[in-house]
Design a protein around this ligand. Structure first.
Ligand code: FE2
Length: 308
């Protein structure tokens, strides 16, 4: 592993790292910065509007699991969580219900990827097992994190083909809702798509971009991420399907995406990076790609323009 100098770059807008290359899709352990140099303040804070905010028992449990995630940065080893029966029940309820809707509305690639990763409705998957499988399938990896990380740092880790991922689960009172990423959002929403090489490479381009972006470019990247990774749709065999994590992990958003209330536009990168969104509302505009390869190439050209 490299030293602190490389890790420092995640919080700056430039990099002089000689290994920094847009087409370096083959990230080895030796290429990774030291996870222990990731310094985050207060990322384990629970928002006041979180359904578990006034539940002391929930907070203690969430803190415990966040503590395990934090330990990763010292040891480099993902600690499995011994999920309780109550947590497993939340998973079963949400996973079963989502599966029903996904069967008709999710991208075919996604549905297969979920199987390839061994994600089942019966129990919460461990990051360690999904990480092993991902590495084999597309060279992508997962690193546990104890909360929501600021945009540049979060996206920058994608340049090392690494997704920071929470492990705790939402509050039992609102199984259909969470205001923050949780293991449902990560493993049902995000993780399967990283088995797609084009999608993984595209994600890595976003990561590269985040490391060298100006603040304005970072804002644009945030929009690109939002309208693709979170709320992306794809046309497959003449039908529109969902591949974005925010759609795939939310009954409400997934249903809404296919109604007349939503304008589904052909993907246009220039338009996407200039389109504002409101994360607290149902999305009124969504963008439809024709292939993951198209998304990757459009993003490559865009990120290359950062270096001019
Ligand atoms: Fe997300």
């Amino acid at each position: 592993m490299k030293g602190a100098a490389t890790a420092m770059q995640i919080n700056t807008a430039t990099t002089t790292d000689p290994s920094f290359s847009l087409d370096n899709f083959d990230i080895n352990d030796a290429d990774l910065p030291e996870f222990r140099d990731m310094k985050f303040e207060d990322i384990n804070q629970l928002a006041l509007d979180h359904p578990g905010a006034s539940d002391g028992e929930y907070r203690t449990r969430r803190d415990h699991i966040a503590g395990l995630a934090k330990r990763f940065r010292e040891t480099g080893v993902i600690t499995d969580v011994d999920y309780m029966e109550e947590e497993q029940n939340i998973w079963r309820v949400v996973a079963n219900r989502l599966e029903e809707i996904q069967a008709v509305k999710a991208s075919k690639f996604y549905l297969q990827a979920k199987k390839d990763l061994g994600i089942s409705n019966d129990r919460i998957p461990q990051l360690s097992e999904m990480n092993r499988r991902l590495k084999e399938l597309s060279g992508f990896r997962l690193a546990p994190i104890e909360g929501l990380v600021e945009t540049r740092a979060f996206l920058s880790w994608l340049s090392w083909r690494t997704m920071l991922s929470t492990q705790y689960i939402r509050h039992h009172s609102r199984p259909e809702y969470t205001p923050e990423p949780d293991i449902v959002h990560e493993s049902i929403g995000h993780i399967p798509m990283f088995t797609n090489r084009n999608f993984a490479d595209f994600s890595q381009f976003i990561g590269h971009g985040a490391r060298i972006a100006t603040d304005k470019q970072l804002e644009e990247l945030g929009r690109l991420y939002w309208f693709t990774v979170e709320f992306g749709m794809i046309e497959e065999d003449g039908e529109i399907k969902a591949y974005g994590a925010g759609l795939l992990s939310s009954f409400g958003e997934l249903e809404n995406a296919f109604t007349d209330k939503v304008e589904r536009r052909p993907f246009d990168l220039e338009q996407v990076i200039n389109t504002d969104y409101d994360y607290s509302e149902m999305q009124p505009i969504l963008y439809v790609i024709t292939s993951y390869a198209e998304l990757k190439e459009a993003t490559r050209k865009y990120i290359e323009s950062f270096q001019d």
